[in-house]
Design a protein around this ligand. Structure first.
Ligand SMILES: Cc1ncc(COP(=O)(O)O)c(C=O)c1O
Length: 430
């Protein structure tokens, strides 16, 4: 039995059946350098998924590794009962970068927990348990975040602390309003929002939560200004807007540092996770002080923003800013997207190429346009066999998610495109 087969058998014995694994024959990644990883059987891959958009700067970045080692040599943990200088410094930086006036930051260990905290703040601040979420959304795995996740495949229970209404997002390709030009499409979704507020809520909704580009939903990208138009209605009601920047933050979309900036708005809160720690468990929520300070009871976070995570995250954020990885995401993203459009010219099964910066979605459909998850899965397998790791998502599991680290080079983009084309060509023939 090979190493991977052995690990899979042991995994199945002691880990939950619902812990999703990629590939017919799952792999274990054991080493990484730059944008390349090696598995436990010695196979090498170009990594265009970065552990779900999380290894943002690349593997083994010396500055980040050194900061982690320095901190690990002293102490790993103290808890939020004590002042943590690196946590304060990181909060100062993120508050400034957020664009949210009078911002405060609460650190957590995962995106799920960050969204939990944002929902807690919104419902307390507004004294309402009503939430608006977007169809096709994904916000986490806890009881409260599953309740605002608009995908059956990721919602294990309908029990919810909230009264949730789902509104239209920007998934134009399969929307009933798809025939409309962008501004009219946005207008139709805004009209629907007004309807939902009148029909399904008592009006005093606490918040709307939205991903500027849906991650798990398949890199669904609404027209620019979409959430700005939605927010105009929210403002009439005093409803807060929470931007879930777990996938779109830190410059990944290339044109902006945060996804919400494509919509001409400043959110009341934003949540972040994934890329900040380049793999360290760190996430959080940013909110205006009056919203952040709305909780009457005490709280702690044993691990949230601990010395190790914040020292590493600070070094990583500095690396991202100093090397202007946002601009690299824009340039490399354009190269990647153009290349994929080129591939799509000869592959009619590709029904849409979408996304921004280094967040490119490739949706596959049958000749009648209906989703083709089987072909998508075959492309994933072929890409792996050819030495390229990519992701998958979408409401119907029929969208490739291509999201390399923000430090990717021109040569690596070309190499990835070459491997992707080969994978698509082979999968189409199977
Ligand atoms: C947009 C978004 N929000 C929240 C989460 C949950 O983050 P975590 O897995 O760190 O709990 C994810 C995870 O994929 C995500 O994509």
């Amino acid at each position: 039995m090979g190493k991977h087969a052995d690990l899979l058998a042991r995994h199945k014995e002691v880990l939950p059946s619902w812990l999703a694994l990629y590939y017919e024959d799952p792999i274990s990644l054991v080493d990484g350098d730059g944008r390349r990883v090696t598995d436990a059987e010695g196979n090498e891959y170009l990594d265009f998924f970065g552990g779900i958009l999380t290894t943002m700067s690349g593997y083994r970045v010396p500055e980040v590794v050194a900061a982690i080692k320095r901190q690990a040599d002293r102490m790993l943990h103290t808890s939020t009962l004590y002042l943590i200088e690196s946590q304060i410094e990181l909060a100062e930086k993120i508050a400034g970068l957020s664009g949210i006036p009078d911002a405060k930051v609460f650190f957590t260990n995962s995106g799920t927990e960050a969204n939990d905290a944002a929902l807690m703040l919104a419902t307390q601040y507004r004294r309402s348990n009503q939430i608006l979420a977007i169809r096709g959304s994904y916000h986490g795995k806890s009881h409260s975040t599953v309740a605002i996740t608009g995908q059956k495949a990721w919602s294990a229970t309908s029990f919810s602390p909230f009264s949730v209404s789902y509104v239209h997002g920007g998934y134009k390709l399969r929307s009933p309003f798809r025939h409309l030009p962008d501004h009219e499409f946005t207008g139709a979704c805004v009209d629907d929002l007004r309807d939902v507020l009148s029909i399904a809520t008592a009006g005093d909704v606490a918040a709307m939560i939205a991903e500027p580009i849906q991650g798990v939903g398949g890199f669904v990208t609404p027209p620019d200004g979409f959430f700005g138009a939605m927010k105009e209605v929210l403002d009439e009601y005093g409803i807060l807007f929470i931007s879930d920047e777990v996938q779109t933050g830190w410059g990944r979309t290339g044109e902006h540092f945060w996804g919400f900036q494509a919509h001409g708005i400043t959110p009341d809160m934003l949540t972040f996770a994934k890329g900040l720690g380049n793999g360290l468990a760190i996430a959080g929520v940013v909110a205006r002080a009056e919203v952040m300070d709305a909780l009457a009871a005490n709280s702690i976070s044993t691990f949230g923003g601990n010395p190790l995570a914040t020292a590493g995250a600070l070094a990583n954020l500095e690396y991202v800013l100093e090397h202007d990885l946002q601009t690299n995401a824009l340039k490399m993203g354009n190269q990647l997207k153009n290349g994929i459009h080129h591939i799509a010219d000869d592959a009619p099964e590709i029904v849409e190429v979408r996304g921004k910066g280094l967040m490119v979605g490739v949706e596959f459909g049958q000749t009648d346009g209906s989703p083709d998850p089987a072909l998508t899965a075959r492309v994933m397998e072929r890409a792996k066999a050819g030495g390229l790791l990519i992701g998958k998502g979408g409401l119907y599991g029929n969208t490739l998610r291509i999201a390399p680290p923000l430090s990717i080079t021109e040569e690596e983009v070309d190499e990835g495109l070459h491997k992707l084309k080969a994978a698509i060509d082979e999968a189409r023939k199977e």
